[in-house]
Design a protein around this ligand. Structure first.
Ligand SMILES: [Zn+2]
Length: 342
């Protein structure tokens, strides 16, 4: 795999500067975490991990989570763990699977789906284009499913991307992640622009696109009868979210999406996050308020002329990190993510 990573060692200060440079180039830091393939020998410079190594490490970290099963309603089951939350509608009309975990989780996903019943997987729905949601499109397509997504998901999966600030090494060093275009057999076969409705197994699934938010490909899926709303990565429950500046992500859009779902949900609505435990309106409202606070603070620093690395150095989320900074993205990463997506 061709790597666009800068093959040199850089200081933390330089790294922060690089990390604010989008311009299509991924980042490199000086870390060599245990478990990553590397070339090194005493007295020789170490070779940096390749883009493929970093992505493999990220997939392995997601895959380390146990797969847990939770019933959400009549025929509706949440599978959570290796790469976020998958929801399955199962019944005589077949299985409808929303999101697909990371590639190394495929044997466990297949087994969990088989465990729900004998009906074939009819449809796979991608909430957005990211790898931890679409990685198993290909084996599910091969098993006969039709993959359905927003038209931008297909467009984004068909092109290379570099996502800044997403990877954190074991010593806290940050890097971007590079993605090559997905193979044709992993792409959605069916796409839509604004919304789509599916009726099956006595349930109605309303799929709705939102304006650019986590990416420009996001949809949420409303299981209307079961009163379940699956938000994909429009919601990270109890942790800072990643927002993807490389494919149109805007923090204002994530706030707007949260407001939209808060207006749709009632006190009994089960809200499925892209990452984190099953949530409800209260959890989503807290997440929304945190986004508004962090957006306001970074906006102030940015409009005062601070660079991204200067904004990070100010530690503007110091009082929030204890609550929100222990998930996929820590406080320093989230300052940069907000800076890049305001
Ligand atoms: Zn995502």
């Amino acid at each position: 795999m061709k790597s666009s990573f800068l093959q040199k060692q850089i200081s933390r200060r330089e790294m922060l500067r690089y990390s604010t440079t989008l311009a299509g180039s991924a980042l490199l830091t000086t870390f060599f975490p245990a478990g990553l393939p590397r070339v090194s020998a005493a007295g020789y410079a170490q070779q940096a991990p390749s883009a493929a190594d970093l992505l493999a490490d990220m997939r392995a970290r997601f895959n380390a989570a146990p797969l847990e099963t939770q019933r959400l309603g009549e025929g509706v089951t949440m599978l959570s763990g290796p790469g976020g939350c998958v929801v399955v509608l199962n019944g005589p009309d077949g299985k409808f699977v929303v999101d697909t975990f990371v590639a190394p989780a495929w044997p466990r996903l297949e087994k969990a789906l088989d465990g729900l019943g004998n009906a074939p997987v009819k449809f796979v729905i991608d909430t957005h284009w990211h790898f931890d949601h679409t990685d198993n499109n290909a084996p599910l397509r091969a098993a006969g499913a039709t993959v359905l997504a927003h038209e931008n998901t297909k467009k984004r999966m068909s092109a290379p991307h570099d996502l800044p600030v997403l990877y954190r090494g074991p010593n806290g060093q940050l890097a971007g992640l590079h993605f090559d275009p997905s193979p044709v057999q992993a792409l959605p076969q069916q796409t839509f622009a604004a919304g789509y409705k599916l009726e099956a197994n006595g349930e109605t699934l309303a799929l709705e696109h939102v304006a650019a938010a986590h990416t420009d490909t996001d949809i949420y899926v409303h299981f209307e009868k079961a009163n379940v709303i699956q938000m994909g990565d429009l919601f990270f429950n109890g942790m800072y979210p990643y927002i993807d500046p490389s494919t149109g992500g805007k923090i204002i859009g994530v706030i707007a999406a949260a407001d939209k779902i808060l207006s749709l949900a009632d006190k009994d609505t089960k809200i499925v996050a892209g990452h984190g435990p099953l949530g409800d309106k209260g959890d989503l409202a807290k997440f929304r308020d945190m986004l508004v606070t962090t957006r306001d603070r970074v906006e102030k620093l940015k409009s005062a002329g601070k660079s991204a690395q200067e904004a990070v150095a100010e530690k503007p989320f110091a009082d929030l990190d204890e609550t929100w900074g222990k998930g996929i993205i820590n406080g320093d990463q989230f300052v940069q993510v907000v800076y890049l997506t305001i």
